[in-house]
Write a protein that binds this ligand. Structure first.
Ligand code: KG4
Ligand code: ZN
Length: 355
């Protein structure tokens, strides 16, 4: 019998719960996404997100248990995201997890959302068919990953290069000075009229465009060759669109999407690979919503392998917010002996590696 962790995630616009055995094997994975609700407003509205979490959380947790064909007796610990994220949404997950832990007498573990994204790399979902026809088992077994490695975490709220020292310790090597990569995708998508959330839409439209059509800046910042800045490229895209409009020129949106995406990915990939080589890492990995980007996945793989590095990324479904990644991170915290008590609170600006 393995160690079964129930993971609960409510930090933004997904109400999610999952059961994961031994930090790897996904037994169930339930995600209720609020994206259709927030699409009406062009972005996440925190108050509405909180309310939707309240309405869905109990159902989502019940389904995670029933899909796993388990009862509370089978659960060894409850892991919950307590930060970073939106305070209202975080509090729904934290309060629910505390109530359940208390009522059922099950240990509670607090999980950092970003560390959860990184731990998505350890997940294996044997039942899922991959895009290219291979099962997850075939794909993930030979390439399974162990620390240490260099991980790019790029999501709607974060862009970090993190050295994963072991299963519970992390060192930040690079960070963004302004916008997160996913935020840049979302803003550019809005500017070219694609709607929210922009990442997947830019990804799709970019496949029809020429990535060399427009030369957008590849910005480096500060003293660190590993840091990022995405506000410059976002402004460059907006200036390009405004300039074209003033001259009455028609804009090829696919070319804008492809050129923007290429510029962001060049920087993400090159900084991560440099960080890996400079830190004597043998493996690079991806995490976070932007890790679902098809060009980022292929570019990182090609450029990493060209430098003799191994490459790993989570399955698509585990890149964006989910409960399984929280259960995976929670498992490693749990076996390291870390426990949260009933004073656990939401920490909206929780940092990586902070407790
Ligand atoms: O990790 P996540 O679900 O939530 C946060 O923790 O922020 O990431 C969501 C972000 C959004 O900005 C979304 O546009 C971006 O990830 N994203 C993508 C893709 N899929 C999601 N960005 C680029 N390409 C994609 N295919
Ligand atoms: Zn996330």
């Amino acid at each position: 019998m393995g160690t079964n962790i129930l993971g609960i995630e409510t930090s933004c616009d997904e109400t999610a719960a999952a059961v994961v055995a031994d930090g790897r094997e996904v037994i169930s994975n339930v995600i209720y996404t609020q994206i259709p609700t927030h699409t009406l407003y062009g972005g996440v509205v925190p108050e509405i997100a909180s309310r939707e979490h309240v309405l869905k959380i109990n159902q989502v947790i019940k389904k995670a248990l029933s899909d796993a064909e388990m009862t509370w007796e089978d659960i060894d610990a409850i892991a919950v995201t307590y930060g970073p994220g939106l305070v209202g949404p975080l509090l729904i997950g934290v309060s629910t997890a505390k109530a359940l832990a208390y009522a059922k007498g099950i240990p509670l573990v607090g999980v950092n959302h970003i560390e959860g994204h990184i731990c998505a790399n350890y997940l294996e979902d044997a039942g899922v068919e991959k895009e290219d026809g291979k099962t997850a088992e075939e794909m993930s077994k030979p390439s399974s990953i162990e620390p240490p490695y260099m991980c790019l975490v790029a999501s709607g709220g974060h862009s970090h290069i993190v050295r994963v020292d072991n299963y519970t310790e992390y060192t930040i090597i690079g960070r963004t000075h302004d916008d997160a990569a996913g935020e840049a995708f979302d803003k550019v998508a809005r500017a070219i009229g694609l709607g929210y959330p922009g990442g997947p839409k830019v990804d799709k439209l970019a496949r029809e465009g020429n990535p060399k059509a427009i030369e957008f800046p590849r910005a480096s910042v500060g003293d660190s060759p590993y840091d990022f800045s995405f506000s410059g490229i976002k402004s460059a895209v907006l200036n390009y669109l405004n300039g074209a409009e003033m001259k009455g020129l028609e804009v090829n949106k696919a070319d804008v999407a492809a050129s923007f995406q290429q510029a962001v990915i060049d920087v993400l990939a090159d900084h991560t690979i440099k960080a890996a080589l400079d830190n004597n890492m043998k493996t690079v990995a991806l995490a976070g919503g932007v890790a679902a980007n098809s060009l980022l996945r292929t570019t990182m793989k090609e450029r990493a392998e060209a430098k003799g590095l191994r490459f790993h990324c989570p399955e698509l479904i585990f890149c964006t917010d989910n409960g399984a990644m929280i259960a995976a991170a929670g498992y490693h915290e749990f076996i390291a002996g870390r426990r949260a008590d009933l004073y656990l609170n939401a920490i909206p600006n929780l940092k990586i590696g902070e407790r």
